[in-house]
Design a protein around this ligand. Structure first.
Ligand SMILES: Cc1cc2nc3c(=O)[nH]c(=O)nc-3n(C[C@H](O)[C@H](O)[C@H](O)COP(=O)(O)OP(=O)(O)OC[C@H]3O[C@@H](n4cnc5c(N)ncnc54)[C@H](O)[C@@H]3O)c2cc1C
Length: 487
């Protein structure tokens, strides 16, 4: 047994020289940084807490069935990221058409919202109310528009209150688990950047090209054996010259006030601090701050404690039936149905299930410790099967197997005021010249896979620039991509 973590100086420990980069986290961000550095001939040690790499972008394999933690499509506008992934996966990538629906009031509507459906699918009374309401909203803005603070303010100002109540409120509260008035407007502005009711109407009625609006994109790439193949390929590349240590959670990060010196790794083969010259962190930003030794000032720890995540419980049901739906994703708005989204992996790639069989994956947005998270696997499966049968997708007797996976830290929770807390942490961490923050949970940003990959590339570029003597400020790598593509 190794001794408990304490001051780096007090421990003789495991020594890795100053030219080595220590990478915390084996999701796409950490793996990309590791791959780019390894290809450039640099020494790298990557520590991943879980038994396998991939983080949120992994594919679970069970008795010939394969599923992602919520279907992950690869889409990017960044040519470098696109070329990187295409070169890595080459002929393993397939092209998939996207077609998604929203289930609401016992009806299926096209997703992204098509105004013809959204406006006219709910009965004439509601349609008139929505249009009148939107008109009033826009007229009110002529007398001065207030800066929106919350998701509710932002959506109401662009779509009107009726549309907000019908299409945004319940689903957003399902995803985030908090009232829409507590979700930051900054987040929603990034996510549905460029969309408004008037633009959506133009898109539907005047064949306005939506190609510049990423939320309307309808084709994407996907590895034929599941999204986790990207992480596997990155791991293979790193392991040509370097080491990826799984089941190796970093438990303490030692520093001298200006430089990170070493990390403690909670596994059985490391008996002391692991030193390095450069450190890339793609683990949770608030958790990183809490692991610093010596500890940061109280106000920094308090800011860290204000940043929270939303977690995810994924319930997969395998069925003895070749095809259940014809959709990429189906979003479930109704509060009476506890999961928020389903997808059928065999619609993405036939290789995701044995011949003649299929599977449905239901995403329950949850917070660790809440009733959904704590529910037994048996109950979660039986609830999922009942609702899927109720929706008409499956018959109970077709179910041949099931699997429940709980994922922590699935979504940074963008509560009003989160930017201030992030700024406090980033300001404090800025003193460590050899610490490179990257990735979705690492930067507390709503990053998709392409952002994560770009962020890993940029962390590697910063390190290589520092090695050449060209000092660049460490930090956020992914800013060049502004608009996401996922959920
Ligand atoms: C339901 C869902 C659907 C999504 N769909 C899409 C999609 O369709 N398209 C898309 O582009 N993106 C999608 N995304 C986003 C995508 O999953 C992320 O952008 C990407 O996986 C982030 O990678 P990352 O490496 O930054 O973070 P993560 O995947 O969170 O990786 C961080 C890693 O750090 C490890 N770690 C944490 N703490 C420690 C520690 N102390 N020591 C060592 N290791 C540690 C974790 O185990 C994890 O492996 C989706 C996300 C979710 C939740």
């Amino acid at each position: 047994m190794r001794s408990s973590p304490s001051s780096d100086n007090a421990m003789p420990g495991h020594f890795v020289d100053g030219n080595t980069t220590i990478i915390i986290g084996g999701g796409l961000t950490g793996l990309t940084a590791g791959c780019v550095l390894s290809r450039a001939g640099r020494r790298v040690r990557l520590f991943e807490r879980d038994a396998e790499v991939g983080g949120l972008s992994k594919t679970v394999v069970r008795n010939g069935f394969r599923f992602d933690l919520g279907g992950h499509r690869f889409f990017t506008k960044d040519a470098e990221v696109n070329a990187f992934v295409k070169e890595l996966l080459s002929d393993e990538l397939i092209e998939v058409s996207r077609s998604s629906k929203i289930y609401l009031n016992a009806k299926f509507f096209d997703y992204p919202l098509k105004p013809v459906n959204a406006l006219f699918g709910l009965g004439m009374g509601t349609t008139f109310r929505a249009i009148a309401d939107y008109g009033l909203q826009r007229a009110g803005c002529l007398f001065g528009e207030k800066e929106p603070v919350s998701l509710e303010d932002w959506v109401v100002s662009r779509f009107g209150r009726t549309m907000f109540n019908i299409y945004f409120r319940d689903y957003s509260e399902k995803v985030w688990g908090i009232d829409c008035s507590r979700i930051s407007a900054e987040w929603v502005a990034q996510r549905i950047h460029g969309l408004s009711l008037s633009k959506a109407i133009k898109n539907a009625f005047f064949r306005f090209s939506g190609s510049d609006l990423p939320t309307l994109t309808d084709r994407f790439y996907y590895p034929a054996t599941g999204i986790g193949r990207i992480a596997e390929r990155l791991q293979e590349e790193i392991e040509l010259t370097n080491e990826v240590c799984t089941r190796s959670g970093v438990e303490q990060i030692n520093h001298d006030g200006r430089t990170i010196r070493s990390v403690y790794v909670g596994n059985h083969c490391e008996s002391g601090p692991v030193r390095g010259g450069e450190f890339v962190s793609s683990m949770s930003l608030p958790r990183l701050v809490q692991l610093l030794n010596p500890a940061p000032p109280d106000e920094v720890l308090e800011a860290a404690s204000r940043l929270r995540f939303r977690d995810l419980v994924v319930v997969t049901v395998m069925v003895d039936c070749p095809r259940v739906t014809d959709q990429t994703w189906i979003y479930i708005q109704d509060k009476g149905i506890p999961f928020g989204r389903i997808h059928e992996p065999t619609n993405w790639s036939r290789k995701m299930a044995p011949e003649g069989k299929s599977l449905l994956v239901a995403e329950f947005f949850s917070t660790k410790g809440d009733p959904v998270w704590n529910d037994s696997d048996e109950n979660l499966v039986s609830t999922t099967v009942s609702h899927l049968a109720g929706l008409g997708f499956i018959r109970k007797e077709e179910v041949v197997d099931s699997c429940v996976v709980r994922a922590v830290g699935a979504y940074p929770l963008f509560e009003v005021g989160y930017e201030k807390s992030c700024a406090v942490l980033r300001d404090y961490l800025g003193r460590f010249r050899n610490l490179h923050l990257a990735g979705r949970i690492g930067l507390f940003k709503y990053y998709n896979m392409d952002h994560a990959i770009a962020s890993g590339m940029n962390a590697a570029a910063e390190i290589m620039a520092r090695a050449r003597g060209a000092e660049t400020p460490p930090g956020d790598g992914g800013e060049r991509i502004l608009v996401g593509s996922g959920l």
